[in-house]
Design a protein around this ligand. Structure first.
Ligand code: SF4
Ligand code: SF4
Length: 232
């Protein structure tokens, strides 16, 4: 049977540290203001009896993905393995996918990301001499912590201005037998990634052991990101 990838997030384990968000940013070279992995924090109660709920969020790689349905150029598309991915070369930046996505996890690049590292020759620190351009030239990288491996599979390492972008479930890593960067970075092992069609996989056994929920089930998108062990 073909593989079908998904993710489980254990809310009893998640401590809301944001390591997943940071790992995603450095793995995928996402610019300021763009968070393929993020989380929402809800506060309950009145001081001093207060509790918090952290819910990590990312693209749900929906089985019935409205973003794929509405894309006029097939830039947003679904692979046989269940990844909802995006081809920046086909994207005309119409934002139809953003409007159709009920989860708000697609981002539009309105600027040429990190371009200032190539062009800005003014001092980084007031009164100093070192510039972003010099840093970029000396490190021989477009910007600090640039991950060239992100572009190794042909997907742009930094997506162009005028295109949208979103979580790819780190399909470039999965193709090499690695887990997504957010899964590896989680210090609490709150994320489980794997093949939903393999009944012996950790994700499949976890989903059998716990009653999972998904975000916005009423939208009928059939998400492939599941949440278990909700405190609330
Ligand atoms: S979460 Fe949004 S972007 Fe991701 S597949 Fe579903 S509709 Fe598309
Ligand atoms: S913005 Fe790009 S990916 Fe989204 S619907 Fe338009 S062409 Fe498709």
């Amino acid at each position: 049977m073909a593989k079908k990838y998904g993710m489980v997030i254990d809310l009893h384990r998640c401590v809301g540290c944001g390591a997943c968000d940071l790992a995603c940013k450095s793995e995928n070279n996402t610019p300021d203001g763009i968070h393929w992995a993020f989380h929402k924090t809800e506060t309950y109660g009145i001081f001093p009896h207060v509790s918090y709920k952290h819910t990590p969020t990312l693209c749900n790689h929906c089985e019935d993905a409205p973003c794929v349905r509405v894309c006029p150029t097939h830039a947003m598309h679904k692979t046989d393995e269940g990844f909802v991915v995006h081809d920046p070369n086909l994207c005309i930046g119409c934002k139809s996918c953003m409007l159709a996505d009920p989860y708000g996890v697609i981002f539009y690049n309105k600027e040429h990301a990190f371009l200032d590292y190539a062009t800005d020759d003014s001092s980084i620190v007031k009164g100093g001499t070192f510039s972003k351009k010099e840093l970029s030239d000396k490190s021989k990288a477009p910007f600090p912590n640039f991950n060239a491996a992100r572009g190794a599979d042909g997907y742009e390492a930094v997506r162009r201005k005028g295109a949208v972008e979103k979580c790819t479930f780190c399909n470039h890593r999965v193709a090499q037998g690695l887990a997504p960067a957010c899964v590896v970075a989680c210090p609490a092992d709150a994320r489980i990634f794997g093949d939903l069609n393999d009944e012996k996989s950790k994700i499949a056994t976890t989903l059998r052991a716990h009653k999972p929920t998904v975000l916005l089930p009423e939208k009928g998108t059939n998400p492939k990101v599941f949440y278990i062990r909700n405190y609330n």
